[in-house]
Design a binder for this molecule. Structure first.
Ligand code: GRF
Length: 197
């Protein structure tokens, strides 16, 4: 009984790497069996190819019609028997066909303690700039369910990190990313085990 995970990533894919490494452990209850990126030159696709994981470049360039892109992505998820979709640094909104067919089976990792510092435009270094500007003394990572609105789905797991007085957005981002690399695989493992029971 496998628990097949698709990872959607637009850029480097360090969270993807953490997931593929965790998925290969003997105690793992899941495996990453599909990678989709909207960026043909992404580190995520390069990693998938290097690992021999099926991967797809699906974007507004490959599919200018957003409905066709949405249905093409859903067909690929179904063709690979995907049980859970993980967006990790994925900059595109998912379409209604995927959101509907995979309702309750799509999770995202966000580099802040949602509901703080989330929503449209809050991604990448901007999140950490906002945390520092707010004067918050803690930040962290959130794994949450994905819905039609950015970062509004219920949180599944969170992990705090301190915000240090001399932090820059970059030093805070690095501290949060290290936590993401544990929180995301641990959360996917828990979801896979719950699915098996
Ligand atoms: C992470 O900070 C994640 O929280 C955010 O985008 C970044 C993805 O980084 N959604 P990577 O591509 O996994 O390294």
């Amino acid at each position: 009984m496998s628990f097949d995970v698709a990872v959607l990533a637009s850029h480097t894919g360090t969270n993807l790497r953490a997931l593929t490494a965790a998925g290969r452990r003997p105690t793992s209850a899941f495996g990453v069996t599909l990678v989709i990126s909207n960026n043909s030159g992404s580190g995520a696709l390069a990693h998938a190819r290097a690992q021999g994981i099926p991967c797809l470049h699906l974007s507004g360039r490959t599919h200018p019609d957003s409905d066709v892109l949405d249905r093409t992505m859903l067909a690929a998820l179904r063709e690979h028997g995907i049980d859970l979709v993980v967006t990790a640094g994925y900059m595109k909104k998912l379409g209604p066909a995927v959101l509907d067919a995979y309702a309750g089976r799509i999770v995202n990792v966000h580099p802040a303690l949602l509901p703080r510092h989330g929503g449209p435009g809050m991604y990448g270094i901007r999140v950490h700039e906002a945390v520092l500007a707010s004067g918050d003394t803690v930040s962290g990572a959130t794994v949450h369910h994905v819905t039609a609105q950015y970062d509004e789905g219920p949180a599944i797991a969170q992990q705090q990190v301190p915000v240090l007085p001399d932090d820059t957005p970059e030093t805070l981002a690095a501290r949060v990313l290290r936590v993401e690399h544990r929180l995301l695989p641990d959360t996917v493992q828990a979801l896979a085990r719950a699915h098996a029971n």
